[in-house]
Design a protein around this ligand. Structure first.
Ligand code: ATP
Ligand code: MG
Length: 416
């Protein structure tokens, strides 16, 4: 799956939502310069829907706050505020130039009163340093943003080594943008990925986790290879993967675009143990559990056998079982579409699979004389029975079976 070449559209007829227009116009009427910048300009030029809108301005943040009724001081230290309007919210960031990054994370100082050209110089990649103005149109201060967009290239603004030394998260961002857009990374920028990778040790786990999850859930997650070949993955995961040449980075691209299954595919393809993944990143608990379930499910070879599927459905969510089939199909290259159809049939038929679907419950068993400590086990055994023989799910029969299982002389059931 390589990228099909995209035609960059003209910046002239940029359909901007009303509330974004309102932010630009209000700033301009107050005598400031206001430009759209970053992802929304890039996506418009690529003919893709914009995710959100960022505005860059020469107005200092306190002046922006004075122009709109509701403004959240989201990134005030770095000149950013969020203007909240009825139609949506807009990030408004003051033009700035960053001075020094001695900790490899944050600029030591930021200078306001900068120009759009200076503001472009502190941005990481040329395709994210494109500006668009309602009257003046497109502005490409690096002189390369538009050409790189057309050629499908990720290129650092300025010296790649300096930029990655300032903030090593940009190494992951380079791979993430390549994965999002199906772009390649320009040679000098690519060489700097490896040279600066040791700086990743100073980046917070939260930022690393955010970027890796974004990368994994893009259309081209196989771009992960960029981080594998430059040694960044080994640094992040303490060298606990298969050697680079034995990893399969394409596995994530062969499974559906959801974080849990992509994470599991990442582990499976690179040989990364789940325990190391969990130690190294800050994963939401539910996500770590889902990836864990998928890997456990994947250990045993799935089959299309309805009983096998139902036994899994008794323990895991249907989406997890379905994802496990996708994962296994990708890993083993075998066609499991029959198993997926069987799964859908089972779910559609509403056959009893779980304890909650049984025609009896714990209170029925208590009334029958089953000891409280035996109820869980007994219900589990009945569920197994019903799983294999759906027609057995009737109350009288299950009560007689419960008596049999728990050896209570109920006078009914197979003992008599
Ligand atoms: P997306 O569509 O994924 O949001 P984006 O280009 O808008 O893409 P963001 O992460 O939202 O990317 O950042 C907005 C802009 O801010 C970027 O285009 C880039 O110019 C700048 N930027 C963000 N993070 C950094 C960073 N760590 N270093 C330098 N510039 C950055
Ligand atoms: Mg953005």
């Amino acid at each position: 799956g390589e990228r099909t070449p995209m035609t960059v559209q003209s910046g002239q007829n940029f359909p901007i939502p009303g509330y974004v227009r309102q932010v630009l116009d209000t700033l301009e009427r107050a005598g400031w310069e206001a430009w759209l910048v970053g992802g929304c300009v890039r996506d418009h030029l690529l003919g893709r829907p914009a995710k959100d809108y960022d505005v860059a301005t020469n107005a200092p943040p306190e002046r922006v706050q004075g122009l709109f009724p509701v403004v959240a001081p989201t990134g005030l230290a770095f000149g950013g505020v969020t203007v909240v309007l009825e139609g949506g919210r807009v990030e408004v960031t003051a033009f700035r130039s960053d001075r020094g990054y001695s900790d490899g994370r944050h600029p030591d100082a930021v200078a306001y009163g900068a120009t759009a050209r200076e503001d472009a110089a502190r941005r990481d990649f040329t395709i994210g340093a494109l500006f668009w103005h309602p009257r003046r149109g497109l502005y490409d201060p690096t002189g390369q943003g538009l050409a790189d967009l057309e050629a499908g290239v990720i290129r650092a603004v300025g010296s790649p080594r300096l930029r990655f030394q300032e903030d090593a998260l940009r190494i992951l961002r380079a791979a993430r943008f390549a994965a999002q857009l199906g772009f390649s990374v320009e040679a000098e920028t690519r060489a700097a990925l490896g040279a600066c990778a040791p700086g990743l040790a100073r980046v917070s786990r939260e930022r690393v986790t955010g970027e890796l999850l974004k990368l994994l859930t893009t259309p081209y997650p196989q771009r992960l290879e960029l981080l594998g070949e430059c040694g960044a993955l080994d640094l992040l995961f303490d060298g606990r993967m298969l050697p680079h040449r034995r990893r399969d980075y394409t596995l994530a691209a062969k499974v559906p675009l959801s974080p849990g299954v992509r994470l599991a595919a990442f582990c499976l393809g690179t040989g990364l143990p789940l325990s190391v993944l969990k130690q190294s990143l800050r994963l939401p608990g539910a996500l770590a559990r889902e990836a864990g379930d998928l890997l456990t499910l994947g250990l045993r070879r799935p089959s299309g056998d309805p009983l096998w599927l139902k036994a899994r459905l008794a323990r895991y969510r249907p989406e997890t079982v379905l994802s496990a089939l996708h994962l296994w199909q990708a890993a083993q290259g075998e066609d499991l579409s029959g198993a997926r159809r069987a799964l859908v049939r089972i779910l559609a038929a509403g056959e009893p699979i779980r304890v909650a679907q049984l025609a009896v419950d714990g209170r029925d068993l208590l009334a029958l004389g089953v000891l409280p400590q035996e109820i869980g086990g007994c219900l589990g055994a009945l569920a197994m029975l019903v799983l294999a023989y759906p027609r057995c799910n009737n109350r009288d029969f299950l009560l007689s079976q419960a008596g049999f299982i728990c050896q209570i002389g109920t006078g009914v059931g197979p003992t008599t």
